[in-house]
Structures are given as C-alpha cells and as structure tokens.
Design a protein around this ligand. Sequence first.
Ligand SMILES: [Zn+2]
Length: 279
Amino acid sequence: MFKCPVCKQTLNQEESRFICDQAHSFDKAKEGYVNLLLVQNKKSLNPGDEKGMVVSRRDFLSKGFYDVLVKTLQQQLCGLASHQKQLSMLDIGCGEGYYLRNITEQLRKTGIIERVNATGIDISKPAIQQAAKQDNSNTQYLVGSSHDLPIENQSQDLVLNIFAPLDIQETLRVLQPGGLLVKIVPGPKHLFGLKQHIYQTPCYHEEDEAVPTGFSIESCKLVKGHLSLENSIDIKNLLAMTPYYWNISQTTSAQINRLQQLETAIEFFINIYKKQQLT
Ligand SMILES: [Zn+2]
C-alpha cells in the first residue's frame, strides 16, 4: 500500500523498517511511525506545525471542545462504510491524529467493518510523533508530503482532509474509482467570537468551496456548535491552532492572552465528494 518516495516502487513492510526492491530503506521510529519525507521535498528544516502548536492542539482537542464535529463525523462515516467489509482510509494532514484516532476507534467498535486499514500522513514530524505516541491501534503514521504521497495508486476507499492543505491530483491518484473524499472546512461563523478580539470589523468565512475537479458532490453538511472557554490556557491553545496566531500583532496577542473567558460559535462544513468513474 505504501510506495518508496525515491523510486516509487512498493515498500515492503518489515518489523523495524520499510524497504523497497532497490534497497531504499526507512526505519520505524520507536513510536512506530516512518519518516518518508525526502530532504529535497522539505521547504524548510522543520516543515509543518512546530512542536508548540502540536501540543496546544492536542491539549485543546483532548478536552472535547470539537466533540460536535467528531461525533457527526463518526456517524457519517459509520453510515458510509456500513456496506464494506474492509476499509482503507487515509487522513491527509492528520496533525497529531485526534480525528483519525477517534474515527477509526468508532468504526472498529461498531464492528461494521472487520478491517480498517488506516494511515495518517503529515509533513510535521512533531505532529506525527505525537499521533503515533497516542494511538495504540495498528494505524500507520507517516511523515510525508501531501504533494507527493508515498501511497500506491487507487489503494484508498476514503480520504479524510480536516483543516489541512490538499493536493487534488494526488488525492485522485490514491483513491479508487468511486472512492470518497471527506473534506472539512470552516463554516461562515467559525470562531467568530475569537475574530471579534482580533479584527475591528470581523467578516464571516466565505463559502467558496467548489467541487474539486474529478469529483462529484455526495453531500454537504453544516455542523454548528458553541464554545465557552473559561480560562486563559484554553483560549491560548485555541489561538495557537488558528492561522491568526501567525498574523496578529503582539499587542493583540497579549490582549487575547489576558482573556479569562471567551464565547464563540464553531461551525464546520463536512463536504463529501465522490471520485468520478472513468467512462
Ligand atoms: Zn526505492
């Protein structure tokens, strides 16, 4: 299912490493993940989310603040997968694995699917380290690029993509015909309460999510919730998960860090697309 990032041949999985027939070899880390990111595909020394951000996101999500999204995703995916015996699932940009871990747990628990082959990939090594450390199942975590996925053609039934960059051509390549792309993007009022502390006149997120080329739309669902954060640590962690973290002034950042309470809407679109069959 995995392919060598150097020569693109199939990787054979051994106990302590992945190796291709050309003898390109990639060791398993002690946490169980494999780093398949080639130096030439790195745009910086440590690409992707840095450790501080990963820890903030882990601490925030583990408190269940986005439960409304996780629960809806679990229901939707159990419904979608209910007719399958086996499911190959790839989370592109899985971060520290919170969503993938919760979704696969639920799919396995319901017994709907006898075998779930789950893979999580992210360009951030600290994120993948964290993901592998927290997941005791047989989900395989990989450090790798979403623009050059070390995954075999048409090997996946389902691709998950939650608040992360996505290369549509690569996604099409790894999905089998009729395979599904489950893509989560922010809804119009997502984190509006936080934005009110950042911008003089905050705007709603624009809904410009067009159906990606090569796919047809299966469904689009808007999930709504509300967050009441009661302490500065949760608020700081939330800010560190957002793109605003990088763009705001020190003054604004200091103001937000002093907040003891924050009320905000949270909204997510769950867009499900189907890879079109070739005619
Ligand atoms: Zn190779």
